[in-house]
Design a binder for this molecule. Structure first.
Ligand code: MN
Length: 383
């Protein structure tokens, strides 16, 4: 039995992880869950799975949570500090970080500091603090198991291989809902259109990131920190069918790919069962039904976010932090109808250019840059 905590259990990844746990009740023991504000689902999950720890981040729901649960059986945590406490519960064999955006970074660091292995869905942790995280993993003896489907694919392709024999990583992406749309029409894009992803069903933030293709940019940075390869050896290839989840090319010219139906349950389950594979309820891939797989180069003029991410990891230090924080804020503004679609890349670009570069960043620098970026964008938008 593996003891699992899930941070963000009411979100898209959290709910799919619970489906995996449901199917394999003999293998997993859920010991902790958390939600930001979705109190109704959190209470339902708590009653169904009886985890010891239940955390609600928004304090205004704490009373309702306490009133709904038998406090002799459950330990209720709340607020940001409760979330960090949950990330540090070292009864856990694996902490699944399914939080959204920059807020997921600190819990990742807390788990590492407590010696807990992490199934990482929160790519923003590595985008912002990849160097700090990697430097602590070895000393704490902690492993990160990627949940992001592309990174899970690369990880699976690398089983049994030698790092120095990797030649290239080929990160695939669907291209999102606007792959074939003309750039002259991009300013007309509204949030309803951006929230319709052709292949994947995901939370709002990552769905918008897929539509701007910032998601692929963040994944490029994530891959750079997860795998021992330089960013100029990571190619992005558009593959609209989302059947090949990524590939690795080796020095002899051989290329390995991982394929499957586009369901997050496969990478979530692999991260929880690694190094084993166990049966899953997932639909099986039938290539005779898919018939053809297509590939094309990404259009960096249309999808400037990819280029901004590439330039940010090349410059390093504070650039990926500002990139990520600015993107989090602007996606939220877009979802609240405060800015237009193309404002997302344009304001990120301006924010990156305006910030004072810090080369070797600390966690304090990341906090400072987060506040600075929030203030800068607020002023930009209200001007
Ligand atoms: Mn992905």
């Amino acid at each position: 039995m593996k003891n699992i905590t899930i941070l963000g259990s009411t979100g898209s990844i959290g709910v799919q992880a619970l489906n995996v746990i449901d199917t394999h009740q003999d293998k997993f023991n859920l010991i902790g869950i958390s939600a930001n504000q979705n109190i109704d689902l959190l209470i339902k999950q708590a009653k169904l799975y009886s985890p010891k720890y239940v955390c609600i981040v928004d304090e205004s729901y704490k009373k309702e949570l306490c009133n709904s649960l038998d406090l002799g059986r459950y330990k209720v945590l709340s607020g940001r500090s409760g979330l960090l406490e949950l990330a540090s519960i070292n009864d856990a064999d694996v902490m699944l970080n399914a939080l959204v955006g920059a807020s997921g970074m600190e819990p990742t660091i807390h788990s590492i500091n407590s010696g807990i292995n992490i199934a990482l869905s929160n790519k923003e942790s590595l985008v912002m603090a990849g160097e700090i995280i990697n430097s602590r993993l070895d000393s704490m003896g902690v492993k990160i198991y990627p949940v992001d489907s592309e990174h899970s694919a690369i990880w699976q392709c690398l089983v049994g291989e030698k790092n120095k024999q990797i030649n290239k990583i080929i990160l695939t992406g669907s291209g999102g809902p606007f792959r074939t749309k003309k750039i002259s029409e991009f300013n007309m894009i509204n949030k309803e259109q951006a929230l319709k992803h052709p292949n994947w069903s995901m939370g709002n933030k990552i769905t918008i990131d897929s539509s701007t293709m910032m998601n692929k940019g963040l994944e490029l940075i994530e891959a750079y920190w997860l795998f021992p390869i330089n960013f100029d050896k990571i190619d992005i290839v558009i593959h609209p069918e989302s059947i090949i989840h990524s590939m690795v090319e080796f020095v002899d010219g051989s290329v390995k790919a991982q394929l499957g139906v586009p369901s997050m349950e496969i990478p979530i389950q692999y991260a929880l069962t690694y190094p084993d594979r166990i049966i899953s309820n997932c639909e099986k891939l039938d290539l005779t039904k898919v018939k053809s797989l297509n590939f094309e180069k990404p259009d960096l003029e249309k999808f400037k976010c990819i280029d901004l991410a590439y330039k940010s990891i090349k410059k390093g230090g504070s650039f990926p932090v500002v990139l990520n924080v600015a993107n989090d804020i602007l996606v939220d503004y877009f979802l609240n109808d405060k800015i237009q679609f193309l404002d997302i890349p344009n304001i990120i670009e301006g924010t990156l250019a305006a910030h004072d570069f810090i080369k070797d960043i600390t966690l304090d620098d990341i906090n400072y840059l987060t506040g600075w970026t929030q203030r800068y964008i607020q002023e930009e938008i209200h001007d």
